[in-house]
Structure formats: C-alpha cells, structure tokens
Design a binder for this molecule. Structure first.
Ligand SMILES: [Zn+2]
Ligand SMILES: [Zn+2]
Length: 872
C-alpha cells in the first residue's frame, strides 16, 4: 500500500467520522514564536486546544513537519528524518479516550487490515482508564498492554515534574511487532525494549490536565485528543520494509543518487539516505518561503544543502547535483502536492545557486586558509587557530577535516579543545533559538478567545455595529472616557484588519458626539481589534455605534493593492514564470513586492514592467471577486502566496484576463482607478530575491511632479529650454574636461621651472640622489606627473613628493629605472613611511603612493626615508 493511498485512507476514514479535513499548515508556523519549524500536527491547532472557536471540534490532517534535533542520526537509522508527514486526528473538547482508541484500532485492523496479533500497545503507568479500554473494549490480552512512565508516555515528556505549564496528559502508543527474529531476540522483549523489534506506529495523546505554576495538575474542563502517526513509518510497515528509505517515498531519489555517484558501495548507504532525506526538507522549506541564508530558519536550509554537497563530494561528485533531485521530489509528492510541479524549476534554481556558492567557497578554500592562517605560521597560537577554524566551519561551512589537512601541511598547531568549546557554544545558541520559548501553550490574547467577528467591509465603508468588548491595559473595562487608549471589539465590522500584506484600516467609531479614533485594525484569531483613542465623550460596552472607515486612505490602499497584483502579472510577463511572490506590503503611501529572480534587472526591463502595468491600467480591466474551493482555484491557475495559509474556501481576485490571485484584501472595481503606476525603487534584498517599490494614483503624480520641478530648476540654472537640456549638459561636460586638462598643463609648466631647482638641490646619500618636497594642493594625478617629469630628467634618484588636500596627507614616491634594476622597491619603502603620516600605502617597485591623516609629519617621514636609504 503506497503512502498516497495511506494518506487518503486516513483522511477519508476520519472524514467519515465527522472530522474536518484541514490542509497541512506551512512548515513555517504563523504567529508561533515557540518553534522554528512546524514539528507536529497539533501545532496549527494550539488556539483550538485553548478553547478558541473555529467552527469545528474534530479535525484530521496530514501535516508536513520538519525537525532537526536528530540531524546526526538521519540516514544511519531506519526511521529518523528531518522532513516527514504526520497523520493526525484531533478532538477539541469533543470525543475522548474511548473513541480515540477504538478508531485507531479500527483504522489499523479493519481499514489497513494489519494482523491484530502483530499490534501491541503501551499506556501511561497510572492511566487505568486507557488500560481498561484496551483490555475490555478492544480485547487486548494483559501481556500486550505495557505500562510506561513519565518519560515515554506523558506529553509533553516529563511535563508532570519538569513542566512546561499548560495542557498536558498521558498518552498511549501503538506498536507493530516486526517478529521474533528481529532485534534482541529475548523471550521477554516487549515495546519497552530499545531493540528494533517493536516499531512505534501511532501515538495517542489524551490532553486532560492543566499544569499550573506550582506544578499541580488540575483536570481540564474540555479535554482534547491529539494523535500523530508518521506516514513514512506506516508506509514501511505496510510494505513489509524495515527501513523507511526502502519505501516509494524515497526509492526514486536513492536510485537517482546512486546512478549519479556511480558507486553502490554499502558503506555509502547512510550518506545516500541522508541526501534523500535532506532534499525533501530543502524542497519543502523553500516551497514554504524559507530561502537559504544565515538567519535561523534560512540557516537550517543552508546547512542541509551544505551537508548534502559534502556527502556528494565524499562520494566524488563535485559538480552541483542536488538541484537535479528537485523534480524527483515533486514527482514523488505529486498526488498530495500537485502545485510543487509548477514551482520545481524555481526551487531547483534556488538550490543550484546555493550549491554553486558553496562549491566555489570550497574550491577557493586554499586562499581563504592562507588569508586566515598566514600569521600563525611564525607565531603559533593554537587557541586563536581553533577559533578561526570554527569560524570557517560556521560561516563558510568549510569542513573541519579540510582545514586540519591544510594546517598540518603548513605546520600550524590547532587546539581541538577550543574548537569543541566554540562548537558546543554554537549548539547551545541554536538550541535556545529553536527550542520552545516559554510554555507550549501561551497566548497573550486569551481575552479574545471564543469571539467571532465578521468583516463586512469589502463593499461598504460604514455600518452600524455593537461594542461587545473594551480592553484597556490588557484588562476588560465597561466604559471609556476622553483621552483613554483602548482596543474595541465589535460584533461585526467594516474595518479591514491587517493581513495578506495589507495594512489595517483607520477611521472612527461614533455615537452622536462621542467618538473613538481607530488608529489601527488587527486580527486575533477570529476577533477583529480596533486599536485607538477616545477623542471626545465616552463609550461603553453594549453601545450601538457607527463604524466609519477613512475612505480616502482605504482607496489609496486599494489602488496599491490592485496594482500589486498587476505588478506580479507584469513581472511574470517580462521576466518569466519563475517569478514567485516572497512577500508584500501594501500601505496607503506605497506598495512593496518581493519576488524570486536570479539575475539583475536592466533599466529597460524595469521600464517594460512599469509600462506593462500602466497598459493594464489604461485598459481598465474589471476587478472580479469569486469564492471558490481551494483545490479548484489552484487548478484554474490562481496565484497563491506560499507564506500564507488558506482555508478550504478561498477568495479569488481577478483583474480582467491578466491576473488571478488568492487574496483576502480590499480592491478597486476596475484597474483604471489606479490612475498611474510608478516604480520608485528596484534592487536585490537577498540572494535570488529582489524588491520593487512603487507608488500609484496621487502619490505617483506627486513623484512625477517633483521630478518635473527638479528638471525645471536645472533648466533655469543652466538657462536652456528643456528640449535642449541633454545637449547642453554634454556640451558643458566636454568643456569642463577640456578646461581641466588646460589647467593641468599650465600648472605643470609653472612647476617645471621649480622642478629644475629641486633636482639641483637634491641631497646625495650613498650615491643616491634624494629629492623631497611638499607642494601645496596638488592632486594625486598631478603629483604622479611631477614624479614622471623628474624621473625623465635625472638618474639614480629617489623622489618623494607630498601634498595636503582637504586636510589629508598624500605622498607619492618614484624610483628611476637604474635603481629598480638594482632591486630597490618603492612599494616596500613606502609601507614604513606611510605609518608616520598616519595611514597606509603601497605600489610597484618604480612608483608607490600613500595617504594619511597627519600632514604635519611629512618632515619626519622624509627623515625615515633617509634612514631607510642609509640601511640599503
Ligand atoms: Zn528487544
Ligand atoms: Zn492581494
């Protein structure tokens, strides 16, 4: 039975048991600072577990998850993964132990027809209720129900004694017996044994307690069910494989990798497995909007790519290869993630860019090592070397072995102790970064739970509503008076709450002369919060008020929002279909759009993008909004932003035939209302990600107006009409260059006489003529010309000329060719002298220059030069 069938059977089974089948949440959990990546199925339901309403109290999912705690085990064991899918069914204060156990048993034995004899279970040692259900209702014999302790069968593990506070409870696990011939082969082997005979298939968590600050457990008023079953492991069990990597979820990847490395040595298997694992994690992270970078999440992706590249290198594959596996992952996951196909080229490009980068770093490691460690050849300092080695490892991903080999070759000693210390400190850091911060369930906005507030402001901008809650300083109050800051919640509202990149509305809530100014609108769960200040009079809970959105501002926002959709369409037309949204911000003032693109954007392209959007505007396409099923909308090609989580019913906003996107924002009625669209900035913000900022309507008009005024004032100063401006500027530049040249020649001519004098007055040290002088306000170019002139008129000379420009010292040195032949080097001499004038310098044997901050030290510098010459 394939994983695709198992996934479907599971979801269908629980759908028939009245569960809402919810789409997998993104790997990047929204509004959850406690985790870096989604680690389990229950995470997207934290609010429901706490009693927030979402319209259903039973759910089932196949959740994509990512964990990196056991990274070093991946590939070496049959069932450790970074990326995996977790099947789960959930009850929010609805059914409990009895149904949960009965249905799990029914699914495994009836639906999947697993032999009852091969299933064992464990329960928490004090959970008599679960024990009784397994024994009396399911009919399992005593010997097959194993009692386990706080560590194994309580969730969160050991929460009873160690915390965290919040919902917790016992669990019950279901195991598959691989048979007597597997594992320790002891007669008394059971699921408590650490050997591989018993494979844990399903974990049922009975969340029935609330752990309080003082460590006591009190029964929850509404008990929850949270279950999790690894799809990969279930597939292996169902296919009679002892190793997850032998299932069809991995087999095509493993075949490809082995074919590429042309080496099926069993010793390499763990590496091949690890690569097959990592590429799935890489593909789905990028799919969910995480690009390789040095920041927390991005660094995980970067690390997984680098590890894979190193594994490939150790199997003699040194060219970028990983990216070729992206379509293989897309093909394997096609049934549940059909949209992966459409993004595979884009994802592959991101992987390829990162691979190339890392391979280039590896290939240039020689020069990196030289730069970093040169100083330690003479001056041994093992601890410093240990730290530097760690930095190379941490920042550039250079493997330790590679660095050690180079250090060894160059006789540089290295302190492994220091390296290990740095490494464990880094591990601590990343652990504290990725570990759950605070309680598993902590929600700053508990006071909004249970509130559902409908947004009704797509079509209208003001409506009557009732105040149902007032929050001031995090506490509920009955009444607000003039001058007080607060959050007001209404039964329904026309105010758009910040979301999908669009800022929240502002406006007023009024009742006669009593007015509350709304300064921002945000969402918390299903509640919509109006944040602001009482401007006049007072308002109280239960009041009927008139809610009015600031219309002008809302229209400016709508212009920028509709234009953002048109911009994305234009980018895909001009640059290509690989353009994917990475983020956006829509305010009343401007719009910002981040997208994937791997090359620079030329001025011509930027112009074409702007023109294309303005064409869409001129054609005055109608904006249409339709509610559709998510799957249908995606099938019809509506663009979705992968950082966003969508409901099963989605809102599709289309503009004529040019743009169609899933979007919950507020829009215009037709594209013509945008007026004008003007790009004000374009640039790169991360590797492979670019940002465009633009303005619309009145703001665009103002930008154009300001440019026009600037142009007019230039014309005025130059005293030319606009149509001759470019010509006039060209003319003036040519004339300026000509004048500069003339000035130089005159200055040189004037100097020429004094140069003769300089040469005559040269001092002679050890048969070398030394010519030194500080000349006022000569630039580098003229100093250089002077040196050349003197060199052409004399022999066996060292010339050092100084000048002070803008308070800074400039020094140039020249050597006549006969001295260079003798092995003298101006570049070397100037290094010591430059320090005296407070700077640094360098150059060739016949010419060198330096700059510094101490022009008062020229005489000392020349003195130093005399010293140097005496020592030659
Ligand atoms: Zn055993
Ligand atoms: Zn939108």
């Amino acid at each position: 039975m394939t994983a695709d069938i198992l996934r479907k059977k599971f979801l269908d089974f629980f759908k028939a048991k009245k569960h809402k089948v919810v789409e997998s949440d993104s790997l990047v959990p929204k509004d959850d600072p406690t985790v870096l990546f989604t680690p389990a199925g229950m995470n997207q339901f934290k609010r429901e577990f706490l009693g927030f309403t979402s319209g259903f109290n039973r759910a089932a999912t196949s959740q994509r998850c990512l964990r990196t705690d056991d990274l070093d085990k991946v590939g070496k064991t049959p069932s450790h993964h970074t990326f995996f899918e977790m099947l789960g069914n959930f009850s929010f204060g609805d059914y409990f132990k009895k149904e949960s156990i009965a249905w799990a048993w029914e699914f495994l034995t009836k639906e999947l027809k697993i032999d009852k004899e091969r299933l064992w279970v464990s329960v928490y040692k004090d959970d008599e209720e679960a024990y009784g259900i397994w024994k009396d209702e399911v009919g399992l014999p005593d010997r097959k129900i194993v009692k386990l302790g706080d560590k194994e069968n309580f969730w969160p593990s050991e929460a009873k004694t160690k915390g965290p506070n919040g919902p917790c409870g016992p669990c019950s696990e279901i195991f598959f017996d691989q048979g007597k011939d597997v594992g320790c082969k002891r007669e008394e082997c059971d699921p408590s044994c650490n050997c591989p005979r018993f494979t844990e298939v399903w974990n049922l968590v009975f969340t029935q307690y609330n752990r309080k600050e003082d460590g006591t457990l009190t029964p929850l008023p509404k008990k929850n069910i949270d279950t999790g079953m690894g799809l990969e492991r279930l597939a292996a069990v169902m296919q009679g494989k002892e190793n997850n990597f032998e299932t069809e979820l991995f087999a095509p990847l493993i075949r490809e990798i082995i074919f590429e490395v042309k080496n099926d040595n069993p010793d390499n298997r763990p590496l091949v497995y690890a690569i097959a694992d990592h590429i799935r994690a890489i593909v789905f992270s990028i799919y969910d909007g995480v690009l390789p970078s040095n920041e927390a999440r991005g660094y995980v992706v970067r690390k997984l790519i680098r590890r894979s590249v190193l594994y490939l290198r150790s199997m003699k594959t040194e060219k970028p290869y990983l990216y070729k596996l992206v379509p293989v992952v897309a093909e394997i996951m096609r049934a549940y993630y059909p949209e992966l196909k459409a993004r595979q080229e884009n994802i592959a490009e991101i992987v390829l860019a990162e691979e190339k980068n890392f391979i280039a770093t590896m290939n240039s490691s020689e020069s990196l090592f030289r730069e970093r460690f040169q100083g330690f050849i003479k001056k041994q300092d093992p601890e410093e070397v240990g730290i530097a080695t760690f930095q190379l490892y941490d920042t550039y991903g250079i493997p330790l072995e590679l660095t050690l080999a180079w250090l060894d070759k160059n006789n540089i000693s290295f302190s492994r102790q220091t390296f290990n210390n740095e490494l464990s400190r880094q591990k601590e850091r990343s652990k504290s970064q990725s570990a759950m911060k605070g309680d598993v369930f902590s929600s700053p906005d508990m006071q909004y739970r249970g509130i559902i507030c409908k947004f009704s402001g797509y079509e209208c901008f003001s409506s009557k509503a009732k105040i149902i809650k007032i929050i001031k300083d995090n506490k509920e109050v009955k009444k607000l008076s003039k001058g007080e800051d607060a959050i007001i919640i209404l039964d329904k509202t026309v105010f758009y709450p910040e979301g999908g990149g669009q800022v929240g509305d502002t406006g007023e809530l009024t009742k006669g002369k009593n007015a509350f100014a709304v300064l921002d609108t945000k969402k918390s769960g299903k509640a919509i919060l109006h944040t602001g200040k009482m401007k006049s009079g007072s308002l109280k809970k239960g009041d009927l008020i008139l809610a009015s959105v600031n219309y002008e501002r809302r229209m400016d926002i709508a212009r920028n929002h509709t234009a953002t959709h048109l911009l994305q369409a234009a980018l895909r037309q001009v640059l290509g279909k690989h353009v994917q949204q990475q983020g956006s911000l829509v305010t009343a003032e401007k719009l910002r759009f981040d997208f994937t693109h791997f090359k620079d954007i030329s001025d011509e392209q930027t112009e074409r993008i702007e023109e294309t959007v303005n064409d869409f505007i001129l054609n005055n396409h109608k904006v249409e909004v339709k509610q559709k099923a998510l799957a249908l909308a995606k099938k019809a090609g509506a663009l979705a932003f992968f950082g966003e989580k969508y409901d099963s019913k989605v809102r599709v906003v289309s503009v004529g035939g040019v743009s169609s996107e899933l979007c919950g924002g507020t829009h215009l009625k037709a594209s013509g209302e945008i007026g004008i669209f003007k790009i004000i900035q374009e640039g790169s913000i991360a590797s492979g990600v670019r940002r465009i900022e633009a303005v619309c309507g009145n703001a665009a008009y103002k930008v154009i107006k300001a440019q026009e005024q600037c142009l007019r004032s230039i014309c005025m100063s130059l005293n030319v009409p606009q149509d001759r401006l470019c010509e006039e500027i060209d003319k003036r530049i040519t004339r300026m260059k000509h004048l500069e040249k003339q000035l130089d020649t005159q200055t040189l001519n004037a100097l020429s006489d004094s140069l003769e004098e300089l040469i005559q007055g040269a001092e002679v040290l050890r048969e070398i003529k030394l010519i030194t002088k500080v000349i006022d306000s000569l630039d580098m170019n003229l100093l250089r010309k002077n040196i050349d002139l003197i060199k052409s008129k004399t022999k066996s000379s060292i010339i050092a000329l100084g000048s002070v420009v803008g308070g800074r010292a400039m020094l140039v040195m020249g050597l006549t060719p006969d001295l260079v032949v003798k092995g003298l080097d101006a570049g070397a001499m100037i290094k010591d002298i430059a320090q005296i004038i407070g700077g640094s310098g360098g150059g060739r044997a016949d010419f060198a220059q330096a700059g510094g901050s101490k022009p008062e030290n020229f005489n000392q510098a020349f003195e130093k030069l005399r010293d140097i010459i005496w020592k030659i």
